[in-house]
Design a protein around this ligand. Structure first.
Ligand code: MG
Length: 171
């Protein structure tokens, strides 16, 4: 289903290198705002840097795939030290597909992580890559995001969502 993520995990830094490696994932594609950084802490979180260091040790790459402008994404990722694709037009799959081409990756070796069903998860499903829905780092942000959340609530039918700490395959 187009709105359905492959996995649901509380925080991006809960995703362990081991869980990624055992699923054949070499590269994590990640949304920026509210997934990797909170809007009110644009310099990044300590948890992020610890997690990124663990990925690097395990030789797993991280690429930011954001709908934001190049200037905005560049500003944010300079502090984080990760490559990026900007203007990715999620929920369209083109940004993810362009990332696969630009970084010479196959669909099967990546996973897309994001906090929005209406952009990140739909784009992943349309691009044919596995996805992880995470809880947004902050609840208070711009109007478009709040509208997206309302749409997401309608899509999920207000169901109680169970969030895991790491990638867990459904039984
Ligand atoms: Mg986001």
């Amino acid at each position: 289903m187009i709105f359905e993520p492959t996995y649901r995990v509380k925080r991006v830094w809960g995703i362990s290198p081991k869980a990624l490696q055992s699923r054949g994932i070499t590269t994590v594609l990640a949304d920026l705002d509210n997934t990797l950084v909170a809007w009110n802490r644009p310099e990044g979180d300590r948890d992020f840097f610890d997690w990124h260091a663990k990925l690097q040790q395990a030789k797993i790459n991280l690429i930011v795939v954001s709908n934001n402008s190049t200037a905005r994404v560049k500003r944010a990722v300079t502090a984080l030290g990760v490559p990026f694709e900007s203007w990715s037009w999620k929920p369209l799959p083109r940004g993810i597909k362009k990332t696969l081409r630009d970084f010479d990756l196959t669909k099967d070796e990546v996973i897309m992580v994001g906090d929005q069903i209406t952009t990140d998860i739909i784009a992943s499903n349309l691009a044919g890559v596995r996805s992880v829905l995470v809880q947004p780092l902050t609840q208070t942000d711009g109007l478009p995001t709040r509208i997206n959340r309302q749409i997401a609530k309608i899509i999920t039918g207000h169901k109680e969502i169970h969030w895991e700490d790491d990638l867990i395959d459904p039984k």
